[in-house]
Design a protein around this ligand. Structure first.
Ligand code: SF4
Length: 365
């Protein structure tokens, strides 16, 4: 297919969905498919494809929203930096509304803090050049998709010998989170809808050890309705036919088996992989990207001291369980009554990839 409209073709959608439902005709019980990535959750709701598919397919949302899995400690640290008069915070838009323990960057900005929304980390360099008397701290939140761009920004700052640009690195890796969900045994997952964007960087192979160890079919899937339906059909076929579980790639027009070697090498050049804390999942081994010693002059945590308040989370917010797929947003007592996109209590209601935001927008109750 060549044009985007072809990926939204209603007749073809129906045909693929019918084929998937046929596989399930004699299947006993339900199958649970986890969309690892929040963008898939939004695409599934937005496209309405669930109405075409058998109700034997249950969709679970996973931990693939970077803002949502960023723990309060990180947000509180960013807020503490924003309170320093010499600091300018630069960040992607989603982060600004996320509540920390007692404030948010949005509230700090209203109180006079210098918080600027950027669309690329490279914009932070321009802000740093224009403000030599200030320290510009970019909030590096994201998965493998974002990390290479942040790495190249750090390399550029290094080339220019910029002395007032820093990154607070909260980057995380997706495969360790998938592994952790299976390891916990708290949730039944029959198949993974693997994230298309992340896979464009890491390729197919990082999922293989998970499939080998846990025998869970995993398919890399794109974001258009035909992508989703084709990918779900591939997953259901593997599950029903009890094939040897494997990694399949529905999104071949974007994702190469070996991933994006250039982006991976940038990432490896600038970041070390270390244990990292995730909201809902706890401290996961080898799941975070931290700035290497060679580039530590750009590491905000190493170069700018700040006192961070004691972290606390809202006692009724169940974001952690929503991110693990063990609870649905409408099981939260605050959902849509007190917690809304206009007045979010937890990060899952803030981000454009957040599960609570998706359920709120598409009224899935
Ligand atoms: S509805 Fe709000 S408070 Fe409840 S889990 Fe979602 S983000 Fe947290």
């Amino acid at each position: 297919m060549k044009y985007i409209t072809e990926y939204r073709n209603k007749n073809l959608s129906k045909k693929i969905a019918d084929k998937t439902n046929d596989y399930l005709k004699d299947y006993k019980g339900k199958i649970s498919l986890m969309e690892v990535c929040g963008t898939h959750t939004h695409s599934i709701f937005h496209s309405g494809i669930m109405s075409l598919l058998s109700d034997k397919i249950e969709h679970l949302s996973g931990p693939g929203c970077p803002v949502c899995v960023t723990p309060n400690e990180y947000i509180d640290t960013a807020i503490a930096y924003s309170r320093l008069p010499e600091v300018i915070i630069t960040t992607f838009g989603d982060m600004i509304k996320v509540p920390g323990s007692s404030s948010s960057l949005e509230k700090e900005k209203a109180n006079g803090a210098k918080v600027k929304i950027v669309y690329s980390p490279l914009e932070s360099l321009e802000i740093a050049r224009k403000n030599p008397g200030k320290k510009v701290v970019f909030l590096g939140v994201g998965f493998e998709t974002t990390a290479p761009l942040v790495a190249s920004t750090i390399l550029r700052a290094n080339e220019e010998k910029l002395k007032n640009f820093f990154v607070l690195s909260g980057h995380k890796l997706i495969p360790p989170a998938m592994q952790s969900l299976l390891e916990s045994g708290e949730i039944k997952i029959d198949g993974f809808i693997c994230p298309g964007h992340v896979s464009a960087i890491i390729g197919e192979t990082p999922y293989q050890p998970i499939v080998d160890k846990y025998g869970i079919p995993s398919v890399i899937i794109g974001f258009e309705p035909i992508d989703l339906l084709e990918g779900i059909e591939m997953l259901v076929r593997q599950i029903v036919e009890k094939d040897k579980s494997k990694v399949e790639n529905q999104y071949k027009r974007v994702v190469r088996r070996e991933g994006n070697k250039k982006a991976l090498s940038l990432m490896n050049k600038v970041f070390d992989i270390k244990d990292s804390p995730w909201r809902g999942l706890g401290l996961l081994p080898k799941s975070g990207l931290y700035i290497k010693k060679a580039y530590s002059e750009f590491d905000a945590e190493k170069k700018i001291n700040v006192k961070v308040e004691k972290t606390k989370t809202h006692p009724q917010c169940i974001c952690g369980q929503v991110l693990c797929g063990t609870k649905k947003p409408f099981e939260c007592t605050l959902f849509s009554k007190i917690c809304t996109p206009e007045s979010p209590i937890g990060p899952c209601m803030v981000s454009s990839e957040g599960t609570c935001a998706a359920y709120y927008k598409f009224k899935k109750q």
